[in-house]
Ligand binder design. Structure first.
Ligand code: ZN
Length: 381
């Protein structure tokens, strides 16, 4: 039986060199050039491993990349393994200079090191090691690295869904839940809605009766939205932004609000979306326009997803560490692959602290465990 931990340890320096190389390239989602640059580096590395690489040109975001390795002979028709990661980070340019890339007490600190440059490096080094040791899996493999995950994958969503179609399983190389580094086996669905209210302007002193206040109307909708919260059952509805009006002494003709909605099941998503769309104006002379949708469906812990998690947890014990599982309110591309019916393991990439926050870091020792588990999973599933 292959000792994947020993194999991983023998590639430790290679792994950390690549993590450093990737962290040194700052990739805020909003900067196309930076993300194109890191995409092309990742594309070259995957091409070196014999992958059939496609660069998916984007106008607004960095180019996304996919790489395919078909299987030969009787394995060619098997369902593919999908591996997903993102190359963008939430950090603006200059963060690296301010925060630095440093090692302290068994941890590596740097912007994006946890979310998720380490997961990208682990994927590439893992595949390379499998290839060099004739441990390549007996099924087709597809990799997708996108560059807009941190803003909800608006441009890569169709590509994520297309890549997931027909997959046997998906490994999402995002960091594990901060702290224990747990696999995330349920993720809430995330919706964003906007309500635009149109009223009628009038002088607030001279002719208040001729106006229709959009702010008055919107404030009533905010109260109705607030009442849709059911925190114990996992539904949260937050009116996070409002604006409107033109002057203190004018009845406001315009107001708008942006609403964040989280749910834990598809049924809840449908129910809340219907309720929001059914909102009606109650202030005479005003009208409503409602836009938005669930851009990330909930990831439910289906039996197939639970079975995949159980296998990974089992293998982590064989390798010599303790992978666990947790649920989270945050979204990732796993929401999309899971909604396609593909059992998805999310949070394999690394273990660390402070994602999206000062002091972001990974545990160095654990990263080798993660490399071993990634290789074991691809080889065995
Ligand atoms: Zn991430």
């Amino acid at each position: 039986m292959t000792d994947f931990l020993t194999l991983a340890k023998s590639h430790e320096s290679e792994l950390f060199e690549l993590i450093e190389q990737l962290v040194m390239i700052e990739t805020p989602t909003s900067d196309k050039a930076a993300n194109d640059h890191i995409s092309s580096i990742a594309a070259d590395l995957l091409g070196d491993l014999g992958g059939d690489v496609t660069i998916h040109s984007e106008k607004e975001f960095g180019d996304h990349i996919t790489a395919d390795w078909p299987a030969s002979g009787s394995y060619a028709s098997r369902q593919h393994a999908l591996i997903v990661g993102h190359l963008d980070t939430v950090w603006p340019f200059g963060t690296l200079e301010r925060m630095g890339y440093t090692e302290k007490e068994g941890r590596l600190y740097g912007p994006g090191v946890l979310d998720m440059k380490s997961g990208i490096a682990t994927t590439i080094i893992g595949l390379r090691t499998l290839k060099e040791n004739n441990l390549w899996p007996n099924r087709p493999i597809k990799i997708l690295f996108n560059t807009d995950e941190e803003v909800g994958s608006p441009s890569s969503r169709p590509l994520v869904e297309k890549s997931a179609k027909g997959a046997e399983y998906a490994l999402i190389m995002e960091p594990g839940q901060a702290g224990a580094g747990a696999l995330k086996t349920t993720r809430k669905g995330l919706g964003e809605f906007r309500i635009y209210v149109e009223g009628k302007a009038s002088h607030a002193g001279a002719f208040p009766e001729r106006g229709a206040s959009a702010i008055h109307e919107l404030s009533q909708k905010v109260v109705e939205l607030q009442a849709m919260n059911d925190w114990p059952d996992g539904i949260s509805v937050n009116t996070g932004l409002i604006s409107g009006g033109s002057a203190r002494n004018t009845i406001p003709a315009y107001a708008e609000a942006t609403i964040d909605v989280r749910v834990k099941s598809m049924d809840q998503a449908e129910e809340i979306e219907a309720k929001i769309r059914a909102l009606k104006p109650t202030v005479e002379g005003t009208s409503l326009r409602i836009e938005g949708s669930f851009h990330r469906p909930p990831m439910e812990r289906t039996p197939a997803l639970a079975e995949l998690a159980a296998k990974l947890i089992n293998w982590s014990n064989e390798i010599g560490f303790d992978l666990t599982e947790e649920s989270t309110g945050g979204g990732s591309d796993a929401n999309l692959t899971a909604a396609m019916g593909v059992p998805s393991a999310d949070g394999l990439g690394s273990k660390g602290l402070n994602p999206h926050a000062e002091g972001e870091n990974i545990e160095i020792g654990e990263q080798v465990n993660r490399l071993a588990l990634f290789m074991k999973a691809l080889n065995s599933l």
